[in-house]
Design a protein around this ligand. Structure first.
Ligand code: NAD
Length: 359
């Protein structure tokens, strides 16, 4: 299985490469496998991060994506208190090419060559069944149907829900969601579970999705009000929960937000780092994305270590306490919640590096 380390020159030309320990190109002509595995940082343990399958416009877009996502996993795993580093994989699907069991088995063989430095799981475009195919070739995989946590999204939703409780308590002085108006953008795996929990807790829901059937189901199930896709971020609500794609918080959308809180599951919500400052200037409380959406990876990690359901739930629910601490520190230090989350993750990494150097 060809696993080709990228040259220093190839990587140096890529700004997102900074700080990565290892990046390999994976390819297998027989199965059509092509893509990258990026290992950003293994200070805390082997790198864990999902495999994204996407029809990328070109090689550069795929490399950019894997580098950005693997770095994000280092921060997510560190802040969640996991003894895991950050890594990620992307598979480039050619136009018209199908996903096949052989493709994922070849991907598993590539992971096996990295000898446990990278552990894979689901991400956008992959399923528990795909992970079962990966598992034919390597044990360094989580989220298979037999693993205890086949679908991490209910745990991600549980973590986001507890993050929302912490944010509502911080902003409004009570964690009751009775009568709180929430705009949920995206009713997919995570958004649907989250909306269900919010409804059960008494919140009034406004929802948007590009899938009209999902909207009809939400109207029927919870009396949710459907809002056009282009308007959901500006809905007159208390809390906006982005649960669709990234980069939804930007110089254009932030001035239009009417919610007091932004707290949702989507990865990479800020289009650029200045957007954290834009939210703060407007007095909007922002729950940093990788802090609030870590429930899925927490569950995958603990299931992989043979921990009980109770331990998993407790650690996922602790995301609420992590966010409460981030909100308080950001206010005390007059800085953004995103800056505090980054600092807490970096402090944990630095402390562990110092201890291992001293040993
Ligand atoms: P998903 O693909 O199941 O759901 C996404 C939903 O968003 C779909 O229903 C889609 O129709 C909808 N959508 C797409 N474009 C939209 C738009 N412009 N406006 C409104 N809706 C739109 O994905 P998911 O697993 O639910 O993940 C949602 C987000 O959370 C992603 O950003 C993902 O990276 C992040 N996330 C997911 C997990 C997890 O456990 N699944 C963990 C961490 C982070």
């Amino acid at each position: 299985m060809p696993v080709i380390a990228l040259s220093e020159a190839e990587l140096a030309s890529h700004p997102a490469f900074e700080g990565h320990e290892e990046v390999v190109r994976i390819e297998d002509e027989a199965t059509g496998l092509a893509g990258y595995i990026a290992i950003h940082d293994t200070t805390l343990g082997p790198s864990l991060g999902g495999c994204r399958v996407w029809r990328y416009a070109d090689e550069g877009a795929a490399l950019e994506d894997v580098l950005r996502l693997s770095r994000g996993m280092t921060y997510k795993n560190a802040l969640a208190g996991l003894n895991l580093g950050g890594g990620k994989a992307v598979i480039i699907l050619a136009p018209g090419a199908p996903k096949t069991p052989a493709l994922f088995q070849a991907f598993g063989a590539a992971i096996e060559e990295l000898a446990g430095r990278y552990i894979t799981a689901e991400d956008v475009g992959t399923t528990p069944a795909d992970m079962a195919d990966v598992a034919r070739a390597t044990k360094h995989v989580r989220g298979t149907p037999a693993s205890g946590v086949a679908d991490p999204s209910p745990y991600t939703a549980l973590g986001v829900f507890h993050g929302i409780l912490a944010a509502v308590e911080y902003r409004f002085g009570s964690s009751s969601l009775e009568g709180i108006r929430v705009a949920v953008q995206g009713l997919g795996h995570v958004g649907w579970h989250l909306a269900e929990k919010l409804h059960e807790a008494g919140a009034d829901l406004l929802v948007s999705d590009i899938d009209a059937k999902a909207l009809a189901r939400a109207e029927e199930a919870w009396g949710a009000l459907a809002v056009p896709v282009a308007e959901i971020h500006a809905a007159p609500v208390d809390l906006f929960a982005p649960c669709a794609l990234g980069a939804g918080l930007n110089a254009i959308t932030i001035p239009q937000i009417r919610a007091a809180i932004v707290a949702g599951a989507a990865n990479n919500q800020l289009a650029e780092s200045d957007d954290a400052g834009r939210l703060r200037e407007r007095g909007i409380l922002y729950a940093p994305d990788y802090a609030i959406n870590a429930g899925g990876v927490v569950a995958l990690a603990l299931a992989g270590a043979g921990r009980s359901q109770t331990e998993m739930r407790d650690k996922v629910e602790a995301i609420g306490a992590t966010l409460a601490a981030i909100f308080a520190l950001a206010a005390e230090e007059k800085t953004t919640t995103a800056a505090i989350a980054d600092r807490l993750a970096e402090e944990r990494l630095t402390a562990v590096k110092r201890r291992s150097q001293a040993a």
